[in-house]
Write a protein of this length. Structure first.
Length: 410
């Protein structure tokens, strides 16, 4: 990944060298390369603990609350129309605002918008084209991807040129990782490219999961009523109890888990360490295999004869499925996603707040056809875009957005 994003050989050497005298190794029992310590810093930020609480409860959830207070914005970026009864929004743009914009704020602080007010737009273009990066498509076929990538990298260069005081509202991970990368001597270009990779990993999936969860809720009133009933006790004195959602809402957790099963389309890479027979062929040590998570998640032996059927309570009814070898929404082994805890809990919080605060109806005139016809009186359901490889959760097709009419309940 470092080479593909064009980090210099000098930068790679500095990030992967093990130096006994490096500042980041002072408190470690065994010296490690900076490239591995930066992952340690990320785990300290997103695994339950003090930094996790700061990220989730003092940064992300307050941002979600603010984003959903449409009446407080004269020009909310997701609102297409206003009326006395409520607002009309793009669901995909709302999820972008909730999680890409909100999580960017939570990690980088407000300064990133000063150096590039269009940072979110650049990331959205990157999201539609980054499959070309993953497949290392030639430049003449990848100009749209390269333009988006380079704009994000340039934004990080300008961001890190700001004084620490101007960026003082960034979180623990950003401060610790930046200090270490600079301590090992990476130049500003390599530093920006490294942080672009981590930024992509941090914000590149949550908003898509939220989109698919809300899409299923607005197309299924019975499911919506069930989830709304379950999360209602979490609203106390006008505030949503995030811990209650995490511990007392198995239906909501099951729904999110099922959406992950159906939409994660990334791949698992493993190295063959011993001769292994598979499908009548013997795989030899030193080779690598690529396993599609989507194939695991559609295994009929585990998920039934119609594995594409969304069953929202599947994981509530059989909790052991969370640990099935055919369920790997967050990867596995040393590539297990460190952000899985904050991801599921922030999604649950946003979903609960949406269904409690608003009555949601599909705007039939604005929502285009083009999806899969599943409900007689509603526009076709958005299609998961499987026409292009995805490094994570799949996006809907470009024209398969849902437009919602939101009317306040509480």
């Amino acid at each position: 990944m470092y080479r593909w994003i064009h980090i210099s050989q000098d930068g790679i050497d500095r990030m992967f060298a093990v130096s006994l005298s490096a500042a980041h190794n002072a408190d470690l029992p065994k010296p490690q390369a900076a490239a591995f310590v930066i992952n340690h810093y990320l785990r300290l930020q997103v695994h339950p603990g003090e930094n996790f609480d700061d990220l989730l409860h003092r940064r992300i959830t307050p941002s979600i609350v603010r984003t959903l207070e449409f009446e407080n914005f004269l020009d909310h970026p997701t609102i297409l129309a206003r009326s006395k009864e409520g607002v009309t929004v793009s669901l995909l743009e709302l999820c972008n605002e909730l999680f890409v914009h909100g999580t960017t704020d939570a990690f980088l602080g407000k300064a990133i918008w000063k150096v590039n007010p269009n940072f979110l737009d650049a990331f959205k273009r990157w999201e539609r084209t980054n499959w070309k990066y993953m497949f290392q498509m030639p430049e003449f076929m990848s100009k749209d991807m390269i333009l988006a990538r380079d704009e994000i990298i340039k934004s990080f260069i300008l961001y890190f040129r700001l004084s620490p005081e101007e960026r003082s509202d960034c979180n623990y991970f950003m401060k610790a990782a930046e200090k270490m990368v600079k301590d090992v001597g990476c130049n500003e270009e390599d530093t920006a490219r490294i942080f672009m990779l981590y930024f992509w990993a941090i914000v590149g999936n949550i908003y898509k999961v939220a989109f698919w969860v809300l899409a299923h809720l607005v197309y299924d009133p019975t499911l919506l009523d069930s989830i709304r009933t379950e999360v209602t006790p979490a609203m106390r004195n006008g505030e949503l109890d995030e811990l209650y959602l995490a511990e007392q809402c198995p239906k909501l957790e099951s729904l999110i888990s099922e959406i992950l099963r159906l939409t994660v389309a990334s791949a698992l890479v493993r190295e063959v360490v011993a001769p292994t027979e598979l499908g009548g062929k013997v795989l030899q040590p030193g080779n690598r295999i690529l396993v599609s998570y989507r194939q695991l998640h559609l295994n009929r032996a585990v998920w039934g004869q119609d594995p594409l059927q969304m069953e929202p309570y599947r994981f509530e009814e059989n909790a052991k499925l969370q640990n099935s070898i055919s369920y790997r929404p967050f990867g596995g082994g040393n590539t297990l996603c460190p952000g899985r805890f904050v991801a599921k809990r922030s999604i649950a919080y946003a979903i609960a707040l949406m269904v409690l605060r608003y009555n949601m109806e599909i705007d039939l005139e604005r929502t285009k056809s083009g999806g899969i016809k599943t409900h007689k009186d509603l526009p076709p359901f958005p299609r998961l875009d499987t026409t292009k490889p995805s490094p994570g959760v799949g996006l809907p097709h470009v024209d398969d957005d849902i437009f919602l009419s939101l009317k306040k309940r509480i």
